[in-house]
Ligand binder design. Structure first.
Ligand SMILES: Cc1cc2nc3c(=O)[nH]c(=O)nc-3n(C[C@H](O)[C@H](O)[C@H](O)COP(=O)(O)OP(=O)(O)OC[C@H]3O[C@@H](n4cnc5c(N)ncnc54)[C@H](O)[C@@H]3O)c2cc1C
Length: 272
């Protein structure tokens, strides 16, 4: 039929570009098997991270999950996967055993006068998805991420200077550790020690514009501390894969794409 094909687990990374594409929904392929003695899990193409954590937690194990329990393991991991445990274990993709075909924020928090809630403390593995309280019901989420070269007092003050409205969340995640070390992955060492993530809901065109405006305002106010790079799984519609990978990686990925998918039959949300 001359149509392209793309897989979609839950659509949490959808970029809106599916014209002329067969959408292969994998949501029902949500099997999860954990072998505690081997410290290995096998997941179906549509399995969400929350399900893996619920299965692994009782064995005292966890996967390299990110903040959302509803994001699919496969979609997240294919993009690298920036986990709560990234500083220790690096990218989630680096812990994949085998694909099967077909199948320093604390300092800042201490400094906030009158924090509404300080919920630091141990978290059960099954509750990792609750840390950021991101919405889990389907909704028109509109995120923007920026890697930060530092988080000094001036940067913290800028972030805390005004209410974040109309955003529903502004997160700062501590990177570094294993993520900053040379590895075999496509991203290379992430020199930036922090990730800023600004999330809003585009419930109507006016709100979408206001969310985009607030994200741009905050980014602009931070100035030179914003590096302009961002992890692949944090790209937003309108952004390019070139913001996530060094030029030599892009060239290598393009060569692989040309060899494996010369006619563009398989479509990615942010193509190289
Ligand atoms: C609330 C929220 C929090 C997030 N937090 C994090 C985080 O902490 N760390 C992080 O790294 N990312 C995070 N992300 C980003 C998320 O990892 C990406 O958006 C990811 O691409 C979502 O994967 P999905 O399969 O759920 O989404 P989908 O939109 O269904 O798929 C995303 C991409 O993966 C491809 N894909 C999915 N399944 C397959 C398959 N079986 N075979 C081939 N291609 C496939 C799709 O074709 C598409 O290109 C978050 C996203 C949201 C919405």
């Amino acid at each position: 039929m001359g149509l392209a094909v793309t897989a979609q687990a839950g659509g949490h990374g959808a970029s809106g570009d599916v014209d002329g594409v067969i959408l292969l929904r994998t949501k029902a392929l949500d099997s999860v098997t954990v072998w505690p003695d081997k410290r290995v899990a096998r997941v179906g193409a549509g399995a969400p991270w929350g399900k893996v954590l619920a299965e692994a937690g009782p064995h005292g194990l966890a996967g390299l999950a990110g903040s959302s329990p509803i994001v699919s393991v496969v979609g997240y991991t294919l993009g690298g996967g920036l986990s709560w445990f990234g500083r220790k274990y690096g990218w989630a993709a680096d812990s994949v055993r085998a694909p099967e075909e077909g199948a320093e924020a604390t300092r800042i928090l201490d400094g906030i006068g009158g924090a509404i809630a300080d919920e630091r403390g141990p978290v059960a593995v099954a509750d990792l998805g609750d840390i950021t309280s991101e919405p889990t019901d389907p909704g028109p989420g509109m995120g923007r991420a920026e890697l930060l070269t530092g988080l000094d007092d001036a940067t913290a003050e800028t972030l805390l200077a005004a209410p974040i409205d109309p955003l529903v969340g502004v997160q700062v995640r501590h990177l570094g550790g294993a993520l900053a070390e040379p590895g075999g992955g496509p991203t290379g060492p992430v020199a930036e020690p922090y990730l800023l993530y600004m999330l809003g809901l585009a419930l109507n065109p006016q709100l979408a514009q206001a969310v985009r405006g607030k994200q741009a305002e905050l980014t602009g106010a931070l100035g030179a501390v914003v590096s302009g790079r961002k992890p692949y799984t944090f790209l937003s519609p309108g952004e390019q894969a070139t913001a996530a990978f060094p030029a030599e990686t892009i060239a290598r990925l393009r060569a692989i794409r040309q060899a494996a998918n010369p006619h563009g039959v398989i479509r990615a949300n942010y193509s190289v």
